[in-house]
Design a protein around this ligand. Structure first.
Ligand SMILES: [Zn+2]
Length: 295
């Protein structure tokens, strides 16, 4: 495969210890570098500065950190975390876990500050996009001992954090890379609430029925697949690829180590080619043209 034709629509190069691109990765057609939390937005911006043509910079806030954001001015720390983690229910074990963790949790940050930051980056750079945003029903906060607690951020809060970011993408007509884990309905709600379809469901795990529904409801939404996440169940992946329209399909690595991007994209292209009964170069062309149309 011609490396200059390969597209990685979702990766995390700034999660690696050395943030740069090797020659071969820099010769790919494009890589979409995600931001996820407060510290990595600047790293993505710097990487894009070094490789402005190949790196599409994505700015945004991932649902795994959404519990540290608030929409309420001046809310107390305890009040904030109890509201998000208890979600109106009185559960003693969760209350104990919140109390035990409270001093280690950061004071809540008003999300408007972060939205303003994303907006400035979108205004400054026409190539900037929005991501990684989304919803995750499985994620739980770790305790001081490193073990998972029962604490999960309310779905309503996660949705709001995602929708506010997608509205910014809509305002500036940018692409959104969206994370969705065990929350097919929630993800569809987000797309509907934001009233925007320039969205890529990345490492899409919503299954063939979910994809089928999504394509009927939101024909503009694109579907990305990676071997890193999606080969956990080959059956689900193959069924998902089979129902995904060729003019909406995308390839991604979803990996931190940049030297693996081209190989990872090649291997998902190979699976797509097999399921779609096309040659690998045909699939590469479809993906590249889907990518070009999206931007
Ligand atoms: Zn990701």
């Amino acid at each position: 495969m011609d490396i200059g034709m390969l597209v990685d629509t979702h990766c995390h190069p700034t999660d690696s210890s050395v943030v740069n691109l090797s020659k071969s990765t820099a010769s790919m057609y494009a890589i979409c570098a995600m931001s996820t939390h407060i510290e990595d937005q600047i790293k993505v911006e710097e990487l894009h500065g070094v490789h402005p043509d190949v790196v599409r910079p994505y700015y945004g806030f991932h649902p795994w950190w959404s519990h540290i954001y608030t929409f309420t001015e001046g809310i107390g720390k305890k009040e904030h975390y109890e509201a998000l983690f208890l979600n109106g229910k009185k559960e003693d074990i969760k209350l104990q876990q919140i109390d035990a963790l409270l001093d280690a949790l950061p004071s809540p940050i008003h999300f408007q500050i972060l939205l303003d930051d994303v907006e400035r980056r979108l205004q400054r750079n026409a190539r900037a996009q929005v991501g990684e945003v989304g919803i995750d029903k499985v994620f739980r906060v770790k305790g001081k001992d490193g073990k998972l607690t029962l604490l999960q951020t309310s779905i309503e809060h996660q949705k709001r954090v995602a929708v506010e970011q997608i509205k910014l993408a809509k305002k500036y007509n940018r692409v959104v890379s969206m994370h969705s884990v065990s929350a097919t309905q929630g993800s569809m709600d987000i797309i509907r609430d934001a009233a925007y379809q320039k969205i890529v469901l990345h490492s899409c795990g919503i299954g063939k029925n979910g994809i089928d529904y999504c394509q009927r409801q939101f024909p503009g939404v694109h579907i990305g697949f990676s071997t890193a996440i999606n080969t956990r169940s080959m059956k689900v992946l193959e069924d998902s690829i089979a129902v995904t329209r060729l003019d909406r399909i995308l390839s991604e690595s979803d990996l931190p180590v940049e030297t693996e991007y081209a190989n990872a994209v090649e291997s998902i292209v190979e699976i797509i080619a097999r399921v779609k009964n096309k040659s690998r170069s045909e699939i590469v062309h479809y993906i590249k043209s889907n990518f070009d149309k999206l931007f």
